[in-house]
Write a protein that binds this ligand. Structure first.
Ligand SMILES: Cc1cc2nc3c(=O)[nH]c(=O)nc-3n(C[C@H](O)[C@H](O)[C@H](O)COP(=O)(O)OP(=O)(O)OC[C@H]3O[C@@H](n4cnc5c(N)ncnc54)[C@H](O)[C@@H]3O)c2cc1C
Length: 390
């Protein structure tokens, strides 16, 4: 790499397009309507836990699902920066976006990039209409950080299709969604990164067994996804046989780069401010709020830099890893700071949307912030390697 190559952790200073402020106003007024309907409770982690297909469809009617997909496939043909404005508003408000989250964030872009024209024409308009929800079928027991060691096998059938056998772990939303993109081994190779392929699996197909994994809160969001000889037609191979690793790493850039990696607990800060408004506030409390706000502001600027790189089609994986490491740590710090600024007992059974309930929600979800989508230790390895290569 030449010395003139920009550092992989240099972030462009982003100016949002002019259309952004109009768009932001439209999203806020949509959210006001939804609040009046009672669908937006301002909960933390709403991109993971707020499953509301009706909300997703109404959002799609505004053109805000599959925003960056081309219009010929039913998308809105708008850029990643405009999409960023929409999703940051939704996350900040704690809107229930989890039904379409994975389809919008990574399944759609993956099908667009690697899919056949038939796959694009079938899946993309449905995704953009908020009518087709995807799960991520990557991790397995013992194959999380070391994803290339997946043991799920896909064998050719005599009819030109595939038979999948194995168990995926932590498959978010598999009990409610329509499809999962599953990473499986198709060929035995010396290099474990070769011989992997991706498949689109219908989650209602015979041989699919879904076993709940409950969170500490008792919520059912995750599953073990057992694939017990699931037969797929040949047309459900996504991309090229053997290119699974390359495809999955590209997908991870989308998975790791968004504002959900620092805004998961933001609604709790909003709730704290509402609580403080009703009290006389000390200088110390204000200082803590100020520090959190400053950190959020600086991570937002970095995160926008990642969105700008994606918009320009430039590689963003190292920058995304850095923002995700900083951002997910802030998600935990925010929860702890809110707790110390206003010592309120967390109560999962308190009135939905009240401060004690939101605090309990954020606390019970907190072990996942720095794990999901790749742990922070793994992210730091990616950043270090990127810097060394530079
Ligand atoms: C809330 C939540 C949602 C998730 N959703 C999904 C989903 O929808 N679909 C899906 O496929 N997966 C999902 N996952 C799985 C997630 O991607 C994995 O948990 C994650 O990649 C870590 O893998 P692991 O759990 O196997 O931990 P391990 O890989 O076993 O890691 C255990 C510990 O060892 C450390 N470690 C491992 N290797 C190294 C190394 N080389 N150097 C330094 N430290 C290392 C890790 O950082 C970690 O602290 C989800 C996980 C969580 C918690």
């Amino acid at each position: 790499m030449s010395p003139a190559t920009p550092s992989p952790i240099a972030f462009p200073d982003v100016i949002l397009p002019q259309s952004a402020s109009q768009l932001r106003t439209e999203v806020r007024s949509f959210l006001d309507e939804e609040r009046a309907r009672g669908t937006v409770l301002g909960r933390p982690d709403s991109w993971l836990a707020g499953w509301d297909p009706g909300f997703s469809r109404r959002l799609a009617e505004r053109g805000w699902v599959g925003m960056a997909l081309p219009t010929e496939y039913g998308g809105a043909g708008r850029g990643f920066l405009e999409r960023y404005v929409v999703i940051e508003e939704l996350l900040a408000a704690g809107a229930p976006v989890s039904a379409h989250w994975v389809s919008d964030r990574q399944a759609g872009p993956s099908v667009l990039e690697h899919g056949t024209d038939e796959q694009r024409r079938f899946f993309l308009p449905r995704i953009a209409a908020g009518q087709c929800f995807f799960s991520i079928g990557m991790s397995e027991k013992g194959s999380g950080s070391d994803l290339a060691s997946v043991a799920t096998r896909a064998e050719r059938t005599t009819t030109g299709g595939w038979r999948l056998t194995g168990t995926k772990m932590w498959t978010g939303g598999a009990h409610a969604n329509d499809y999962a993109i599953v990473l499986a081994r198709t060929d035995e190779t010396e290099d474990k990164h070769a011989g992997l392929s991706q498949f689109i699996v219908d989650l209602r197909a015979p041989g699919v067994r879904i076993e709940p994994i409950r969170l500490m809160s008792g919520e059912h969001r995750f599953n073990a996804l057992h694939l017990e000889g699931v037969e797929l037609p040949g047309s459900m191979l996504l991309g090229r046989r053997g290119d699974g690793w390359k495809q999955v790493t590209g997908e991870l850039a989308f998975e790791r780069s968004g504002p959900e990696r620092y805004l998961s607990t933001f609604p709790l800060l909003v709730s704290l401010l509402r609580e403080l408004e009703q009290r006389s506030v000390t200088a110390e409390q204000l200082t803590h709020v100020g520090i959190l706000t400053a950190r959020l502001h600086s991570i937002r600027r970095l995160s926008l830099g990642v969105a700008a790189s994606l918009d320009a089609g430039a590689p963003a994986d190292i920058r995304a890893a850095l923002v995700k490491d900083l951002g997910t740590r802030l998600e935990g710090t925010l929860t702890e700071t809110v707790r110390s600024v206003l010592p309120t007992p967390a109560d999962p059974h308190a009135t939905p949307g009240s401060h004690p309930e939101l605090l309990a929600f954020a606390l019970l979800h907190s072990p996942g912030y720095t794990l999901r989508g790749g742990t922070n230790e793994i992210l730091r390895g990616i950043i270090t390697r990127g810097l060394e290569q530079h």
